[in-house]
Design a protein around this ligand. Structure first.
Ligand code: RB5
Length: 149
């Protein structure tokens, strides 16, 4: 399992806590930055993570900014990406089981470190259920295809 992680300068604060979880699970990490708290722009990091997941260079992605919204939107602009911004474990779990989310977005101004670790753990532990949810996820892909025409 390989996970791409990206963040802006605000999300940078939360990243070490999430890297701990990934290390404990022996998950390989591709860190696209940013690597310090100098002001930067979240779309660049969301796009990088999205591209790595869409190209299968990474199995899943994690993106972090202040709210998790901007960087999650950026990742979701990449075709094939289903990024979900989560601030509690239930949504994180269901976003995998029902929506087959492939990028988890979180906000370092919204969730504390321990809650963020719990959210990530629930997301990693959950599996896509397929079945009726598979058809719905396929409908999401069809929206993308129509946009490209
Ligand atoms: C940066 O100030 C902030 O806008 C960003 O981290 C994020 O919250 C955007 O959605």
């Amino acid at each position: 399992m390989k996970i791409a992680i990206g963040n802006d300068h605000i999300g940078f604060e939360l990243k070490p806590a999430l890297l701990e979880v990934l290390k404990e699970r022996n998950i390989e990490v591709i860190d696209v930055g940013t690597t310090n708290s100098s002001r930067t722009d979240y779309p660049n990091y969301g796009e990088k993570v999205g591209n790595l997941v869409a190209s299968s260079e990474a199995d899943l992605g994690i993106v972090i900014c202040g709210t998790g919204v901007g960087i999650g939107l950026a990742a979701t602009k990449v075709n094939g990406i289903r990024a979900c911004t989560c601030s509690e474990p239930y949504t994180a779990q269901l976003s995998r089981q029902h929506n087959n989310s492939n990028v988890l977005a979180m906000g370092s101004r919204v969730v504390g470190k321990e809650l963020a670790k719990m959210i990530l753990t629930c997301w990693l532990d959950a599996e896509f259920e397929g079945g009726r949810h598979g058809g719905r996820v396929e409908l999401l892909s069809e929206i993308e295809k129509r946009q490209c025409q």
